[in-house]
Design a protein around this ligand. Structure first.
Ligand SMILES: Nc1ncnc2c1ncn2[C@@H]1O[C@H](COP(=O)(O)OP(=O)(O)OP(=O)(O)O)[C@@H](O)[C@H]1O
Length: 796
């Protein structure tokens, strides 16, 4: 079927998906007279087409310019159409996915405002990780992709909903890509029933033909027109790039300078600056505040313009801090300067933003499958991202976008962002798919099949962590891991702390301690070190001395928390002392006094409470009883042992010169090109409290430090070699073919062949068969035998 491509608004009338159908089409449903939608937005012209096409097709692709009204208006059209109908064929409840929590919360608030209803009532709500403001019957629920993926885990047919709107589909996070396949499957499952599920895929910029083809030849509706025009200015200079990202951080000071210039010379209107991460943002905020203070001092009486209000916005910010960005202010008195990561790139409307400053970089997740380590790298953005950023300036009035890169540089940008699934750890993706009973994960219907090698490694990791049987079925432990809102390694640690798979009762002090560590790892970095890193290197000596002093003071303040058993236990000490401070009402001063990040502590506390409830559900299912702790003291051996069970695939042992040698990853036995032996070191702060370097460590993160020329294990915990041996006993014993529910073959391992990434999913999975040593061969044969036995039992 060819792709129908419709247009709305000022364009010629949309060609129908099929001419014969069009002739027989019923007239478009009338727009309710009491509509609470905005008739002035470009999407309003396409309203009738949206409703009609969605009644006729299971899938609809809507491509509309940024600000045309896809996010806020389209779901409301579906709701109002329901209200004007008398039959039972309704669109609501509708789930609308957003790539990020700040988008889900702020957009739902906007829609509730437009509809003059209370957020969290029957009409509009939101659900994000660790926070749900919605009822079961809420008709329009905005949620992150991740939340909907997790709902699919519990209900593969998504029976709660009648329509799914996959918004910002171009963002291509792992969750979005998984959702494409899951929603497609749910629509298929409900196709032949009278409880149809429909799906709208919406974006400002996506390859409509590819999406249409993937979603069963869905019609494509184009909605041209922005709410307001945006003038774009390019810089004449080119930022030098290296293999590791921009050559220096000049773009941060350049962005600050441009914002200050705008503030001094331009009319009212808020400014939005895009930077790559929290540290950069906090540094830029400090610089902007310094500039604002200087301006205040030099302003001539009577010439005072609006004062600058500098606000950060990044993913790890707690809700209240993020909310400040959206608070209404009098623009004649205050000019907001919001310094944000790319979380402000899609869906968000910061009312009154008129100027966007875009240096053209983003921090992206990368993944090194050889060492099974995730990393973050700063890379140039794609054209799509640049357009989205510019789009933020024209939301509530005409705007301007200042690109700190040349037009030539823009022309050279990649057209779209590489999907996250192509550059991240697949462990949680594979776990989610397995918990949906998708056995042949390598054959899953992805829009873009991820790297087969990474996916195969993820399966091996999950098997090594005890989440998968050798024939690819999820173990009870794996099911429990999938039900926790955590990465598989941390979920494993949490479940180990309650002896999920073992005998005995749970020691609540150990359980709570592990949960505290896991919650702290889910928050932003708690250790706050004042002074800019760039000031400590190569700055004039006075600035360097001041920065060094700030840093030393912070490290001194942190030293009291540092524990000889490693950073993870130090985090536990911080958390416990913070809790004590909260109980005595001293939480407000605690962070400042000890040079810690208050937001991280508050976030961790909330995350711990949520995890506590989730883990309690698992314990109830397992019928675990809690033992009364005799004296309330935490058995740190048990805490470290539980953490080791989760992090055992990130483990290293000491070599003679106090460097640490990484233990083989779960997939090392099937690697065709064996990875180089990798040495890592400990940070000075981790090492300081230890009387001697430990023999074995596990870690949560590995950082490559280009200045110190080496890799450093971060968030380390000291573990016992015996524990590691026990937790790692499944490492290297699995067969990827079997893990995908197929027969193991004795041929070479497809998973790591140089051509594996390019091979189509299904065929590579069929052929997959790791090379195994004789011990592993026996295990694999036994697994095959058990799988066959199980199959024949099922047949009987
Ligand atoms: N919080 C808000 N305050 C003021 N106006 C808003 C707000 N949210 C949305 N709007 C208005 O509604 C318009 C449509 O917003 P909406 O988010 O629905 O557009 P969109 O097409 O989804 O854009 P994008 O593709 O950028 O997400 C905006 O351009 C803006 O004019």
């Amino acid at each position: 079927m060819s792709t129908p491509d419709a247009a709305a608004g000022a364009m010629p009338p949309p060609p129908r998906p099929d001419a014969a159908d069009a002739a027989a089409m019923p007239p478009p449903p009338p727009i309710p007279t009491n509509s609470k939608t905005n008739p002035d937005l470009p999407i309003a012209g396409a309203r009738a087409d949206i409703v009609r096409l969605l009644r006729e097709h299971d899938f609809l692709v809507v491509v509309g310019d940024t600000g045309s009204g896809k996010t806020t208006q389209l779901p409301a059209y579906l709701l109002e159409d329901d209200e004007s109908r008398t039959d039972n064929d309704t669109f609501a409840p509708v789930a609308i996915t957003q790539p990020r929590r700040v988008a889900a919360t702020s957009v739902s608030r906007r829609v509730a405002e437009e509809r003059a209803v209370t957020l969290g009532g029957e009409e509009v709500g939101y659900k994000v990780r660790f926070d749900s403001v919605a009822q079961r019957a809420t008709k329009l629920t905005f949620m992150t992709d991740g939340v909907l993926v997790r709902e699919c885990v519990g209900d593969g047919r998504l029976t709660k909903y009648k329509t799914i709107v996959l918004d910002e589909a171009h963002e291509r996070s792992v969750d979005t890509d998984v959702l494409f396949g899951l929603v497609k499957q749910a629509v298929e499952l409900r196709k032949s029933t009278n409880d149809k599920l429909r799906c709208v895929v919406a974006s400002a910029t996506l390859d409509a033909a590819r999406f249409s083809q993937y979603f069963d030849g869905a019609p494509v509706l184009r909605v041209p027109g922005r709410s307001h025009p945006v003038d774009i200015y390019h810089s004449k200079q080119q930022q030098p790039m290296t293999r590791f990202g921009p050559a220096d951080k000049r773009y941060v000071s350049a962005a600050v300078d441009v914002a200050v210039q705008i503030h001094k010379s331009q009319n009212e209107g808020h400014i939005l600056i895009f930077l790559t991460g929290q540290d950069e943002i906090e540094n830029a905020c400090q610089a902007l505040r310094r500039e604002a203070a200087k301006l205040e001092d030099t302003i001539v009486v009577g010439e005072r313009g609006p004062a600058m209000l500098v606000l950060p916005l990044y993913g790890a910010l707690p809700q209240e801090a993020a909310d400040r960005v959206f608070d209404a202010v009098d623009a004649s008195q205050i000019r907001k300067v919001v310094v944000a990561t790319n979380i402000a790139e899609t869906s968000l409307t910061v009312p009154g933003v008129k100027y966007v400053v875009d240096p053209g970089y983003v921090k992206q997740k990368g993944y090194d499958p050889e060492r099974a380590v995730a990393s973050l790298v700063v890379v140039p953005i794609s054209k799509i991202a640049a357009e989205q950023r510019a789009g933020r300036a024209g939301r509530t009035e005409a705007g301007q976008c200042y690109r700190l890169y040349s037009k030539a540089c823009f022309d050279a940008m990649a057209p779209e962002t590489i999907p996250e699934i192509r550059r991240s750890s697949m462990a949680s993706v594979a776990l989610a798919l397995k918990s949906l009973r998708i056995v042949d994960v390598l054959g899953f219907d992805f829009l873009d099949a991820p790297d087969q090698k990474q996916l195969a490694c993820a399966l091996l990791e999950l098997h090594a962590l005890g989440a998968l049987e050798s024939h690819g079925i999820l173990t009870p432990l794996g099911h429990a891991m999938a039900s926790l809102a955590l990465e598989p390694d941390l979920a494993r640690a949490a479940l180990e702390s309650v002896h999920f798979t073992g005998e005995g009762t749970t020691d609540p002090t150990v359980r709570n301690a592990v949960l505290a560590v896991v919650a702290m790892l889910s928050a932003e970095d708690v250790w706050y070190v004042g002074g800019k890193a760039s000031d400590r290197r190569g700055a004039p000596s006075a600035r360097r001395d001041a920065a060094d002093q700030l840093r030393d003071e912070a490290l001194d303040a942190h030293a009291r928390f540092r524990h000889p058993r490693g950073d993870l236990i130090s985090l536990l000490v911080v958390f416990s002392e913070y809790e004590r401070a909260c109980r005595s009402g001293g939480e407000r001063t605690f962070a400042r006094k000890h040079s810690l990040r208050d937001r991280a502590l508050r976030f961790a506390r909330k995350a711990r409470d949520q995890l506590d409830a989730e883990l309690a559900r698992c314990e109830r299912r397992e019928n675990k009883r809690r033992r009364e702790s005799s004296d309330g003291r935490v058995d740190l051996d048990e805490v470290c042992r539980a953490l080791a069970a989760g992090l055992c695939l990130n483990a290293a042992e000491r070599t003679l010169n106090d460097a640490y040698l990484l233990l083989p990853s779960a997939s090392a036995h099937v690697q065709e090109n064996k990875p180089e032996k990798s040495l890592v070191r400990l940070d000075a702060e981790t090492e300081a409290p230890m009387s001697r370097p430990p023999d074995h460590i596990c870690f949560h993160e590995l950082r490559v430090n280009r200045h110190a020329k080496g890799s450093f294990a971060r968030n380390v915990v000291v573990v016992d070699g015996k524990w590691l041996k026990k937790c790692r006993k499944r490492v290297g014993t699995a067969d990827v073919g079997l893990l995908c529910g197929k027969e193991a073959s004795t041929k070479a391992p497809v998973v790591v062949a140089a051509t594996a990434a390019a091979a189509p999913a299904a065929s590579s999975a069929t052929a997959a068969a790791p090379v195994v040593d004789s011990g592993q061969a026996v295990d694999a044969a036994r697994a095959r035998f058990l799988a066959r036995k199980k199959q024949s039992k099922t047949r009987k």
